[in-house]
Design a protein around this ligand. Structure first.
Ligand SMILES: [Zn+2]
Length: 405
């Protein structure tokens, strides 16, 4: 369909809707000239699983070219939570280390960083299970005590807890999107607590002083802040998980959240921040680049965003060239589960990441799933140089974490 025809066609639809009439045949039937065919099939979008007919190389990358530090995994999580806020010290463990090590050895994963290590006694148990028996293979981060932010003296308490966590073995701090999107003044009620709330200043400072990097997730994909309708490119994903939508209610905009986060980066220049999911704005690499230029203490990680990077391979390639010293490998892997195929820990997941980073293969799935789970598109490999691969796979992370590979 030519541009002019398409415009007339769209105008036709609009006019018909405004007039309250049935849309023109072209809309109802596809406008392919056989509008009167009675036997035309209809197909539910969810059942559409087109197989690509492209004949292009398919490279299997069973092992990464260099050892990997997966900076972003979830091997444990808080056992109790309410309205998106993790409460208390009790932890849930998703897989024993021995089970994970089998995949890690096959895939050349030297170390997995378990970001959601918990707090207090829970943190100690997480460290005992993973890091103590395998100190080269698993590292554990701690988290804030979200349930106590409205208690007097929280700022000092939280800063002290960071120090205590480090003594217990924690290697960094993880901030979930709880901050900005779930945590409220009354913990689960009242107004949302702002990302740059002053109560957290002592915590950010403590991390800087103790050389503990902060892995921070603020906001979410832009489409999660838009109505769940036929114009939303992540319609199916949001339709499957309506609770992931931050459209309306009292939620701040995506831009407001990111700007509040940036004020934190600016206020704590000695603290090293790793903004997860490509700075949480992989759809807008120009914006992420601006942030990287403004904040030398900012690093990004790739978890669950190769779908975004891989659909803009030329811009992504430039981004890797430019910021090669501050990009970290991560997957957001979670052992077991079926809800989010782009995150299920296993051989398939890592092979896709390696293929994306190492090869120039074209038009392949970014997740091991029959339908691309984050949006109906496919990706293109970046074919990064050995120098950049080495940095992204482990060197940058090793430097931040203070480990030797
Ligand atoms: Zn994550």
């Amino acid at each position: 369909m030519g541009i002019l025809n398409r415009r007339r066609w769209l105008e036709g639809i609009g006019a018909a809707f405004l007039a309250g009439r049935t849309p023109p045949r072209a809309f109802a039937r596809g406008g392919d000239g056989d509008a009167n065919r009675a036997d035309k099939m209809s197909l539910e979008l969810s059942e559409f699983q087109p197989k690509s007919m492209l004949h292009v190389p398919e490279t299997k990358v069973a092992r990464s070219r260099f050892p990997v530090i997966d900076l972003h995994t979830h091997l444990s999580r808080g056992a109790e939570s309410k309205d998106g806020v993790s409460l208390g010290e009790k932890m849930q463990f998703l897989a024993p280390p021995e089970e994970l090590l089998r995949v890690m050895d096959r895939k050349n994963i030297r170390t997995m960083v378990n970001l959601t290590g918990g707090v207090g006694a829970g943190l100690e148990e997480t460290i005992r299970r993973y890091q103590t028996p395998y100190p080269d293979r698993f590292l554990v981060f701690t988290e804030p005590w979200w349930g106590r932010v409205n208690e007097p003296g929280y700022g000092k308490f939280q800063a002290d807890e960071i120090e205590r966590a480090q003594r217990a073995g924690a290697r960094g701090l993880k901030i979930l999107k709880t901050l900005g999107l779930y945590l409220r003044e009354g913990i689960t009620s009242g107004p949302l607590v702002k990302v740059d709330d002053r109560r957290f200043d002592p915590m950010w400072e403590a991390c800087g002083g103790l050389n503990l990097p902060v892995a921070i997730h603020v906001s979410d994909p832009e489409a999660f802040f838009l109505p769940i309708d036929r114009f939303n490119e992540r319609f199916e994903e949001l339709n499957n998980h309506p609770d992931w939508s931050f459209y309306g209610k009292d939620f701040p905009s995506n831009a407001e959240l990111l700007e509040a986060r940036n004020r934190v980066f600016a206020r704590h220049p000695k603290t090293q921040f790793i903004a997860l999911h490509v700075g949480n704005n992989a759809e807008n690499l120009a914006y992420v680049s601006e942030c990287m230029d403004r904040f030398p203490n900012l690093h990004v990680e790739l978890g669950a965003r190769i779908g975004e990077l891989g659909r803009q391979p030329r811009a992504a390639r430039k981004f890797f060239d430019r910021y090669q010293d501050r990009i970290l490998f991560g997957t957001d892997a979670v052992p077991h589960g079926v809800e989010t195929p782009q995150q299920v820990f296993g051989d398939n997941l890592y092979e896709i990441y390696y293929r994306f980073l190492e090869t120039e293969d074209e038009y392949f799935d970014y997740a091991p799933a029959p339908v691309p789970p984050q949006g109906r598109w496919r990706i293109y490999g970046l074919g990064l140089s050995e120098t950049i691969l080495r940095k992204v796979y482990y060197e940058n992370a090793a430097r931040l974490l203070g480990v030797k590979v």
